[in-house]
Design a protein around this ligand. Structure first.
Ligand SMILES: NC(=O)c1ccc[n+]([C@@H]2O[C@H](COP(=O)([O-])OP(=O)(O)OC[C@H]3O[C@@H](n4cnc5c(N)ncnc54)[C@H](O)[C@@H]3O)[C@@H](O)[C@H]2O)c1
Length: 255
């Protein structure tokens, strides 16, 4: 097992990708603090595992709560090895229809500031513990690609990529790696917003495999990056997107 005895904190743990990260990390031998907004949901999620998973309700936009989450991890499991800043939201809307507050602030506050809070709280804790660690941030292909209707989301994910690089540089002397994962289109509740917009089949046909990436496949990448197998990867954004950034459309007509 690649994460035997490691302690990880995962935000957005009740979402499509977060749930699979929690499960995958447990399979690899880790203990996990599964953190998300809703207290009942995190307790239900943790209840599906043994005592190696504890639920914690957190709003990542509040630094005090993020610090409390990190402290809970070390109180419950004795240490901290891996922080996964995965919580995120998206509110697709054409740019010129934006309300400049409602369509900008919530997305940047969760996706950008929330990741900043996680890097800061986990980095300080690892420094205090005097041990190396790994901080993984969930970015997106949209951190580098322009796309219709996702202006604020893309801006926030570009910030995640840059925060990853800058944090990796400053934390490297402490033996802390910081890496971002950029999924493409993953079949989760977040992506299902496109179903409501009538765009589900359209975006499915843009996928190389003619199907969406599964959350489990993204969790596999997180498990690899958290492990010693990825010791030479630092500051990068790792794409896990079925080739989408290189080949927007399937190579040959399918289904
Ligand atoms: N699904 C995709 O296609 C896709 C693609 C690229 C990147 N991502 C990113 O993956 C991450 C996970 O998304 P997902 O697809 O699993 O979506 P999801 O909506 O299923 O899960 C997101 C989770 O984040 C939680 N969350 C939201 N605001 C929060 C806050 N303030 N504090 C704590 N938790 C909060 C939600 O409650 C939810 O459980 C996000 O950062 C998202 O931007 C998703």
């Amino acid at each position: 097992m690649r994460l035997d005895g490691k302690v990880a904190v995962v935000t957005g743990a009740c979402g499509g990708i977060g749930r699979e990260i929690v499960a995958r990390f447990v399979e690899e031998g880790a203990s996990v603090v599964a953190a998300d907004l809703n207290h009942t949901q995190v307790e239900e999620l943790a209840g599906g595992f043994d005592q190696r998973v504890r639920g914690f309700s957190v709003d990542v936009t509040d630094f005090t709560q993020v610090e409390a989450m990190i402290n809970a991890a070390t109180e419950w499991f004795g240490t901290l090895d891996v922080m996964i800043n995965n919580a995120g939201i998206g509110l697709p809307k054409p740019l010129l229809e934006h309300d400049p507050v409602a369509d900008f602030d919530p997305v940047t506050t969760v996706n950008q500031k929330g990741v900043y809070h996680g890097i800061l709280a986990a980095g300080r804790k690892l420094q205090a513990l005097g041990k190396p660690g790994v901080i993984l941030n969930t970015s997106s292909i949209y951190g580098q690609m322009a796309a219709e209707m996702t202006f604020t989301y893309n801006v926030s994910k570009a910030a995640v990529d840059m925060m990853t690089k800058c944090a990796a540089l400053e934390l490297a002397p402490l033996g802390i790696r910081v890496v971002a994962v950029a999924p493409g289109r993953v079949d989760t509740p977040m992506l299902r917003q496109y179903e409501e917009l009538g765009l589900w089949e359209h975006i499915r046909r843009e996928q190389m495999r003619n199907e969406f990436t599964q959350p489990r496949e993204i969790a596999d990448v997180f498990a690899f990056l958290a492990s010693g197998d990825a010791n030479c990867i630092n500051g990068s954004t790792v794409y896990a997107e079925d080739g989408f950034v290189n080949f927007k459309y399937p190579l040959a007509p399918q289904g």
